[in-house]
Structures are given as C-alpha cells and as structure tokens.
Design a protein around this ligand. Sequence first.
Ligand code: ADP
Length: 412
Amino acid sequence: MNVLVLNCGSSSAKFAVIDSSNGHELVSGIAQRLGSAQATLDFKAEGKKQSRSLHGAQHEAALRVVVELLEELGLACRIQAVGHRVVHGGAKFSGSMPITPEVVAKIEECIPLGPLHNPANLLGIQIAQELFPDLPQVAVFDTAFHQTMPPRAYLYAVPYEWFAKHEVRRYGFHGTSHRYVSQQAVRQLGLDPEDHAIVTAHLGNGCSLAAVRNGQSTDTTMGLTPVDGCVMGTRSGSIDPSIITHMKKELSCTADEVMDSLNKRSGLLGISGLSNDMRAIQAAAEGGHAHARLAIEKFCYSVAKAAAGMIVSLGRVDALVFAGGIGENAVSVRAQIVDLLGFAGFALDPHANEMHGRSLRGRITRTTSPMAAVVPTNEEYMIAMDAAAIADSAPSPGAEPLEFRTERTATA
Ligand code: ADP
C-alpha cells in the first residue's frame, strides 16, 4: 500500500510516499522556512534531488504544492492512506490510531504538554483531510511506545498531585524510532524475540535513549517534553531546575525565554558556540577548536551515562544499538561512548566501527564483549506500516475505532 507520511513542524513539513509492502520510498522531501521569502520545497524523486521556491508559502499552500508534485509524478492517485507523525499523545494513546473527531479532540487536549509540536501536527492533519478527504488518516505518536514504562520510570519525585492532577510525568519521545530500531535489532543481531534487553540510542538533532525489554519500553531519557535527558544538538538535556529561576533573575527575563534558550541555544551549539551540527563540530575539533572538543566530550559522556542508566532499568544488556544521524555516522563519537562503557565490559572493534558495523551485520564491539551495534532507523517506514495496517482493517462507519500496536517485526 502506498502511504503518504507527513510530519508537520512549526515552520516545516516533511513528507514521503512509502510503499508499505517493501519500504521503498517513492518520493520524499521537506517544505521548509515556511512563511518566509526563502521558503523552499526540497525533494528527491527518481533518484534526483530538486528544489522549488515556495516564496512566502504557509503550510497549506506548501502542502498544495506537494500534492501538485505528487500529481506530476503520477503518485497522487496511487496513495491509499496518510500517516501523520504526532509528537505528544500524553497518556491517552498507547498505539497508533485512525484519525476521528474524538482522536483530534484528544490530540488538542495534549497541546499543553506539547505546545511546540502538537499545534503544527494538528494543522497538518486538518490540511491533509481537506486535500485527501476520501483517504484513511492515521496518527502515529512519538510517545505511544513508552506507555509501557512502569511508575518507577515515569514518575518524577515531585508532589504526587502534580502527576495525578496536572499530568506531570515522563512520557518519552522518538518512540517510533525506538520501536523500529529495537525490532530490527532483534532480527539483525539474532536476539531472542521473547527474551531480550536492548538499549537503543537515537542520536540525531534530538537525542534519546530507551530501555527495551522484550519489545516494550521500560525507561527512556526524554521526559514531560523532549528537553529532558542527554545533551542534544540545541537542547540542554537534564539540568538542575534551579538554573531556570537563577537565569531568569540574572538576565531579567521570563521563564519562557530561559526555556527557549534551553531548547534552542544549548546542547552542542551552546557549548561549542559554533553549531548544532555534529559534522561541523567534529571538523572544528579536528582543527583544534577547544570548545568543539569539549562539546563532543560532554555529549559522549552524557550519552554513556544515560546508557548506563538504561542498563539499570533492564538488569542486563544484550545490545546497545546506535541510530540517528550521529549514531549511524559519527564513528569517533560511537567509539568514545563505547569506551566510556568499558566498565560494563564493552570493548570496541575499531575496524568494525570504521565500517559502520556493516561487515559484522551492525556489530561494532569485539565478539568477546557485550554487543554494541549500528542499526539505521526509519521512522517514516514505521509510520507507513502502522497507517497501512490500520487502513487495511478500517472499521465500518459507527464502529469503535481500532487502536493498533505493531507487534510484528518490521521487514525492511
Ligand atoms: P533529525 O533528528 O533532525 O532527524 P538526523 O537524524 O539526520 O537529524 O541527525 C542529524 C545529526 O547527524 C547532525 O548533528 C549531523 O551533523 C549528524 N550527522 C549526519 N551525518 C554525519 C556524519 N557523517 N558524521 C557525523 N555526524 C553526522
């Protein structure tokens, strides 16, 4: 089944058309800098990268251009379902859902928890429903996979009524990636589908780790929002909350302004003062830039500490799996993280690590060491799989909507 996968952000809209039967991507792209004169639609189709100006377009105009593009490519009429990435599902969703007015209302209720993402996700849903009124639309939540966490993992040690009355708890994000990568790890690394303990490290612009026991998330590093956890491209990760009130006074600014800095001007960017992009920081570090080196050192230290924490949740570790732009590509970053986990027996195989683990089906540690491996993520494919499964079993009008949790192993 051909599925249009949409991921609408505040000033961008990523899209892809994926054949859910084999994972083939027929076209993919991003409309970015929406609302500005520099807005563009960058896409890859038939192996070629192209770009079109969207001058000043907002989301709706941009998605209309995407539909025109799909028509030009002869794909528009072949799309059978639309899958939407929705960032915050709170505790309301433990799996992907067909989009109904009730589901939209619940996503709206989650806006206070995900104010930076849910409004844009909802806008994408509304526009797609207008553009494709006859197609099934499915919401796939970043938070859903982590709904299996036990209270010891999801509770913060704050007054209990903050949880009971105000929904303050760890939700976790990147769930689609952690689910996909852990399923692939079981398959590719030959782990026992019924008895496995995996630490998944999704290291991209946003970074999070998860503990996955027998297909279920038992802990993760991101929290109420994605700013919690390890150091990221522009996010601080976990900090002492007193820093917020302290900096509010020091800078005579609002708590929102401090939060904005913790989300957008911290992490690798904050320490390096250069960039949030690991490639740029690595290049500067190689040229002797002290703060670039420090940013990488802090990043690796924070990821290794988080991985150790995930192992506590699991009680053992069968595999530490790297994914995301940094996890899949940054060889020396993986090496530093694995070295820091030497106390737990991890010993890098430098050659396998250089080869991105390819020669050893993903494995980058020695065969005598606990396994660390590279398993590329594919969130779009997972969204397409969920959307296709739900569209295939679409309920008859008036029936209770079917909630779907992917139990089967992904095949791509
Ligand atoms: P997103 O979270 O936006 O999907 P990605 O998963 O694409 O982001 O990850 C982006 C990060 O991956 C950036 O920090 C980028 O520098 C890093 N990255 C991508 N390729 C490489 C590479 N070859 N070496 C080091 N870092 C890389």
